[in-house]
Design a protein around this ligand. Structure first.
Ligand SMILES: Cc1ncc(COP(=O)(O)O)c(C=O)c1O
Length: 457
């Protein structure tokens, strides 16, 4: 690899001169320099200086089967030699795309039998937004075009993704969002439940905020509600069990389509193929990406429900939408192999019955008692740790975000890649983590918390 001819300092200088990173304060990065990740194996990544880091984030919520899987490299190599690219425009298809679509329909929640491929979660949400509005237009209701979403939602970084999402900072830089998207409260009991309000009641109240928005806008104008089953980038916010069934009931009552964004939760993270199955709901569209290929290649799949698909096929004519890389054969071949490995190794079953419950218990019993920790929560292999200055009052350190960044930096210095969002530490490890890996992560988290506490107090 050519990077071996460059020192870290040289790479950092080139990086600073030519490379604009995503979601980054560029001046700050230029001052600190990038960490160069140069290799990875199993649950670990390695930087240029030889440090081994346990990857608590599976890259960016995606490397579910862990790093260094030769089988994926081999299948990509074989497919590239056979057919590196062909599009699915003008009545063409490739076998990997067709067979992947079939496999996805087999594992999907009930009623989702068609997929539309893209390269990223953001693209896939663009497709979903266009498709849902197009559906209602085809049904003779073009004015039924409003979308209800939630504050702090993350649906990607394109203009449509940002507009659908509820991140204030991102909206402030948008210079005009896609119109007709309304944001309601998120189902986050830790901060938003009233004193004495049960989790159950809070879940119903958060769902009612959607009903209120539908009534305010008028049901004849609302196309869909979109939500991540568990808000990921917003801080792994796990809704109360009462929330999703009630959201589905409300959507059905007003004939509002239910769009799920499973870009993070898809392909086993919650202990089922999809979180829709974990929560017992049946969406009309479902966006997926990331773990579809375990991040080895970029690929997204938007699942489309039978009702929408039927209208699109019967009444739609040409849908003027698609991407050069929709159904890319190499990405689809890698996805098929990735899904085969997930099944062969029983990773989803393991998350549901063993590592998932163990992970939640470990966070609860070993981490939540730390003086800096307000709450831990987990579902499957997805977890969060709230950092507070006062456990009782839930007061945060000021300025908000500084404490979590300290914890993160200490965690990384002690061999655990962990992410901070606001004052929440988030974890989304590869599904190959074992009880031993979870124990090791907890040790490193506790060490990072102790060191951060010493800095803060
Ligand atoms: C829930 C959700 N939707 C959409 C996206 C956007 O995906 P991508 O970064 O592949 O465009 C993300 C990315 O983290 C996500 O978490």
């Amino acid at each position: 690899m050519t990077y071996k001819n460059h020192s870290l300092k040289q790479l950092q200088a080139i990086d600073a001169s030519h490379h604009l990173h995503p979601f980054t304060d560029h001046r700050e990065l230029r001052e600190s320099g990038s960490r160069m990740i140069v290799g990875a194996k199993g649950p670990y990544v390695y930087d240029s200086e030889g440090h081994e880091l346990l990857d608590g984030m599976a890259g960016l919520w995606c490397v579910s089967i862990g790093y260094g899987r030769d089988e994926l490299a081999e299948v990509a190599y074989e497919q590239m030699k056979e057919l590196p690219y062909y599009n699915s425009f003008f009545k063409s298809a490739t076998p990997p795309a067709v067979l992947l679509a079939q496999k996805l329909a087999e594992i999907a929640p009930k009623g989702l039998n068609q997929v539309f491929f893209g390269s990223s979660g953001s693209e896939s949400n663009d497709t979903a937004l266009r498709l849902v509005r197009h559906f209602w237009a085809l049904e003779g209701k073009p004015e039924k075009n409003r979308i209800i979403s939630r504050k702090m939602a993350y649906h990607g970084s394109t203009v449509a993704g940002t507009s659908l999402g509820g991140m204030e900072g991102m909206h402030n830089q948008l210079g005009g969002a896609v119109p007709n998207i309304v944001h309601v409260m998120m189902p986050y009991a830790y901060e938003l439940a009233e004193p004495g309000e049960s989790e159950h009641d809070f879940g119903l109240r958060a769902a009612k905020a959607i009903e209120d928005a539908i009534l305010e806008v008028g049901a004849d104008k609302v196309a869909a509600f979109i939500g991540e089953p568990i808000m990921g980038a917003g801080g792994v916010k796990i809704p109360p069990a009462s929330y999703w069934p009630e959201v589905q009931r409300i959507c059905r009552k007003y004939d509002v389509l239910l769009m799920l964004d499973e870009v993070i939760t898809g392909y086993g993270r919650t202990g089922e193929w999809f979180a829709a199955q974990t929560f017992g709901i049946e969406p009309d569209t479902m966006t997926t990406a990331k773990a579809l290929t375990s991040g080895y290649l970029p690929l997204s799949a938007l699942f489309v429900g039978d009702r929408i698909a039927k209208t699109l096929v019967d009444k739609g004519g040409e849908f003027y939408h698609g991407y050069t890389y929709s159904g890319h054969p190499v990405c689809c071949a890698v996805a098929l192999k990735n899904l085969e490995i997930i099944e062969r190794e029983g990773l989803i079953e393991r998350v549901r019955t063993d590592t998932g419950p163990y992970f939640a218990k470990a966070l609860q019993e070993r981490v939540s008692g730390h003086p800096l920790v307000g709450e831990t929560r987990a579902i499957g292999l997805m977890g969060a740790i709230e950092i507070v200055s006062d456990k009782q009052t839930r007061e945060r350190f000021q300025p908000v975000g500084r404490a979590a960044v300290l914890v993160r930096d200490h965690a990384i210095a002690n061999g655990l890649m962990l992410r901070a969002t606001g004052d929440t530490m988030i974890l989304s490890p590869p599904l190959i983590w074992t009880r031993e890996t979870i124990d090791l992560a907890c040790e490193r988290i506790l060490k990072a918390l102790d060191l951060a506490e010493a800095d803060l107090r």
